[in-house]
Design a protein around this ligand. Structure first.
Ligand code: SF4
Ligand code: FES
Length: 252
């Protein structure tokens, strides 16, 4: 299976420059290529033509690091559910298709160049969460010896699968980061090790989220629908409960 495609790619020289869609043709694209490999073909072609390649984010290309982004035909990470851009294969498209490729769009994720946005706001939210207390006195309890109800362990693990890609923000009409922040709050608040600083953590993370300029959640569910890791809206309810509890009883 080989395809010829028309690509409409967002090009923007820098954060303050005006951007626009440029049109490119790519030929003989195999259905077995990943979307990013197709972008590599485009970039090789541009370099051979003496033009500037398209800047886009990527790292692991295995669906685990959260670096890849791209709004593809109006959807973060493209047309398939539960799939990151790096795991999206060209067999999901047809010969002759026109594909629109744009960056995440949110005030808190400014464009650095072309398709690459600055997601350091997420790092600052994580930093605001701080550390968990660990007894290093020499009588450290083996983590495996601390009993955790199976249901809590499963929920914490599900929340911990968030890869911090930011698709939830990009999908949300309010550019809200609630799904991401709630996954990070929930994964720790469900476990005994995370309960010690739970109250401080939720307050600090929510406050940093607001400072970064993310919008409010109006529970439209676009984040959950577009999240490549299936992070559930239940985490947002859990974070709201944690936040309320810590507001009424600070430090508890
Ligand atoms: S909640 Fe989902 S969409 Fe949002 S950052 Fe985590 S993995 Fe990405
Ligand atoms: S490049 Fe790592 S998740 Fe896509």
């Amino acid at each position: 299976m080989s395809m010829n495609l028309t690509l409409k790619v967002w090009r923007q020289k820098g954060p303050d420059a005006a951007g626009k869609l440029e049109t490119y043709q790519v030929k003989d694209i195999s259905g077995d290529m990943s979307f990013l490999e197709m972008m590599d073909v485009l970039n090789t072609q541009l370099i051979e033509e003496g033009k500037e390649p398209v800047v886009f984010d990527h790292d692991c290309r295995e669906g685990i690091c959260g670096m890849c982004s791209l709004y593809i035909n109006g959807r973060p990470h493209g047309p398939n559910r539960g799939t990151t851009t790096c795991q999206l294969h060209m067999r999901s498209f047809k010969d002759g298709d026109t594909i629109y490729i744009e960056p995440w769009r949110a005030g808190a994720f400014p464009v650095i160049k072309d398709l690459m946005v600055d997601r350091s706001a997420f790092d600052r939210i994580i930093q605001a969460g701080g550390y968990i207390s660990v007894n290093t006195s020499g009588n450290t309890l083996d983590a495996n010896a601390i009993p955790v109800p199976k249901e809590d362990a499963d929920r914490a693990f599900d929340a911990a699968t968030c890869i911090g890609c930011g698709a939830c923000v990009a999908a949300c009409k309010n550019a809200s980061a609630m799904l991401f922040v709630s996954a990070k709050v929930a994964q720790l608040s469900l476990l005994p090790q995370g309960k010690v600083e739970a109250s401080e953590r939720v307050q600090n993370m929510v406050s940093q989220m607001d400072k970064e300029g993310f919008g409010n959640c109006t529970v439209t569910g676009a984040c959950e629908a577009e999240c490549p890791k299936g992070i559930s809206l239940d985490n947002i309810s859990r974070m709201n409960r944690e936040f309320l509890k810590s507001s009424i009883n600070p430090g508890k």
